[in-house]
Design a protein around this ligand. Structure first.
Ligand code: SAH
Length: 290
């Protein structure tokens, strides 16, 4: 975990249950007698997020429809801190005295999770995009019900699933960074069957839901994640004068090879891979600038 991440230790579940009483339904006792949460239940994770966002980020309201991708707040926060490090290299704040930091969140989802964390931790403003009307509607409701957040968040619909920045960034606009937790699967069927096989591995007898949350349509993009990454890199060339740092999560190490080749071809000036997490839960942020 990033050293600045506020969730280094175990959660105070009894305290969090006072904020969101429904969380209590999902508490379990571990074999070594600790209170923990049934993390296999998306509903439990949704309630935990709700409690953390209300307690730590001063939100008045946060909720997502059952079945939407349920972000783990501590993990999402790492990516925000990684971007802060990119924007503030050791030895000085480049943006000091300039206009406020503004970023783009590609595929912001119903949860609006990155704009919430970025706005509350660092005061950044965000342009959030998504292809799903339903997700944008919920994200918009979260922004407007939380004082201060509405002024920090603008939402725009991406009308083409196979576009990233095109149709989003307008003439004359400038952004300090873009970020993205990309859709993974090549089609809806892939998203559904991956969720089902995860259920099978967990020994669940039912396939009635995705245990990591996430509607199939949130999780797919034509060509899957490698194609999405490719489109993002190719389009970034067109917007190189309007965005300083381009960044994205990359789920598999193997995708980095062709990404690096594309970035070389695009003649980017700087390229970085930043690892987050440890052990089996390593994630990578690929970052580049022209
Ligand atoms: N940022 C959220 C959601 C990530 S899931 C989180 O981290 O939890 C990926 C999101 O990308 C989904 O909301 C999906 O609808 C959206 N998406 C898929 N294709 C897209 C595109 N071309 N442009 C913008 N968003 C897209």
């Amino acid at each position: 975990m990033h050293p600045k991440n506020r969730y280094q230790g175990p959660h105070d579940f009894p305290g969090l249950c006072k904020i969101v009483p429904e969380l209590a339904e999902f508490l379990i006792t571990t074999p070594d007698d600790r209170i923990s949460l049934d993390f296999t239940s998306p509903e439990a994770v949704r309630r935990l997020n709700q409690a953390l966002l209300l307690r730590d980020y001063g939100l008045k309201f946060w909720d997502i429809p059952k079945g939407n991708l349920c972000p783990g707040v501590p993990g999402r926060l790492d990516y925000i801190h990684v971007i802060a490090d990119l924007l503030t290299p050791p030895g000085g704040h480049k943006n000091k005295g300039k206009r406020p930091v503004t970023g783009i969140d590609i595929g912001t989802g119903a949860s609006l999770i990155y704009p919430i964390l970025g706005a509350r931790e660092y005061g950044w403003s965000f342009l959030g995009t998504d292809v799903e009307d339903a997700s944008l509607k919920v994200a918009g409701a979260i922004a407007s019900f939380n004082p201060g957040l509405d002024k920090k968040v603008t939402l725009r619909k991406q009308h083409q699933r196979n576009q990233v920045f095109r149709g989003i960034i307008r003439e004359g606009e400038r952004y300090d960074f873009s970020m993205c937790n990309p859709p993974f699967f090549a089609d809806e069927a892939g998203a559904t069957s991956a969720a089902e096989s995860k259920w099978d591995k967990l020994g669940q007898s039912t396939t009635t839901g995705h245990n990591f949350g996430g509607k199939a349509n949130e999780l797919w993009t034509p060509g899957g994640e490698p194609a999405f990454l490719r489109r993002m890199i190719l389009e970034s060339v067109e917007f190189k004068d309007q965005v300083t740092w381009f960044t994205t999560l990359v789920s598999k190490k193997g995708y980095l090879f062709s990404a690096k080749q594309l970035l070389e071809k695009a003649k980017v000036r700087h390229r970085k891979v930043i690892q987050m997490g440890k052990g089996g839960k390593i994630r990578r942020v690929l970052a580049w600038r022209f």
